[in-house]
Design a protein around this ligand. Sequence first.
Ligand SMILES: [Fe+2]
Length: 339
Amino acid sequence: MSSEPLYPAYLPTRPDGYAPTLDVPYFEADEPGTRADPLKQTLLKAGASLTNITPRIGTEIRGVQLSQLPSAGLDEVALLAAERGVLVFRDQDFADVGFQKQQDIVQYYGPLHKHPTMGYPAGTGPEFHVVYADETAGNLRTLLGPHTTYDLWHVDQTFTPNVPSTTFFWVLEIPESGGGDTAFTSLTAAYEALSPAFRQLLGGLSLYHTSASVGEVARVGMERALKEAVSTTHPLVIKHPVTGKPSLFVNPTIARKIEGFLPEESDHLLKFLHDHIKSLDFSCRVKWEKGTVVVWDQRAAAHSAVPDFKDGERRHVVRIIPYGIKPEPAFPGQFSASG
Ligand SMILES: [Fe+2]
């Protein structure tokens, strides 16, 4: 455990002290998945072989290098990620193509999220979010303190009008004794599992999302989290901007209040929905291997870390998030922005 990291250049630092604001004002966004070939002929011609992880979420892809795809192929990646929730690209050279190329590829999908507090590799910027655990840095368990479980299902950074879209997450080093998977659940399949009567109720509701949330409070403390809070409201059921499918856009760590409901009503309904999205019927667990790059659509899938690896072991993963459009309600006729 005292060995050197495999990718020391990717250790988290914040050498310049740069702390971008959490706020991202609304902007007109592009959705590359909307112009993709539905048959994904560029990906298939490049040699991609696709295997579903489960029927409802997740596709494992071999035989193609993300770093070499033309723009038509990147469009198809966005469409496929929207359709399947999460894509697991194996045997990639992505970790070794350099900061600039990594950033350029993800930036193709939209302006990049800049994390206000987490460290980034020296020579890059807060567009790179390094998830790093070792004997000194600790891990999610040591950060959050004692709990029965560390499931933290969420969608990243949804407290701004535009929300994260086609997100890239690639592994540099895997815990020596195994573990440290990432779990994903389909928000479109979670919606489809509900009855028509219940869907009718949800289609008219909106959710309050705020950065003064569980993760941010753990990271910077309650006082600072409240002072710097950025908040917005999104429909509870959104129309996926690429597939057009309704998506149950809940976010257990960031969106904890249904607009217009009294606190007990909101808590009760959200508890049901937060339990519902955890179902094994429409979730999957991604096991990292050397060379794995995960690409997922944050409007179609929520995710959770699985911090089950041994204390002190090193886990090193890097994420870059692009922003997509501001979510629209799936059923505008039922929806009332004021709740
Ligand atoms: Fe996350």
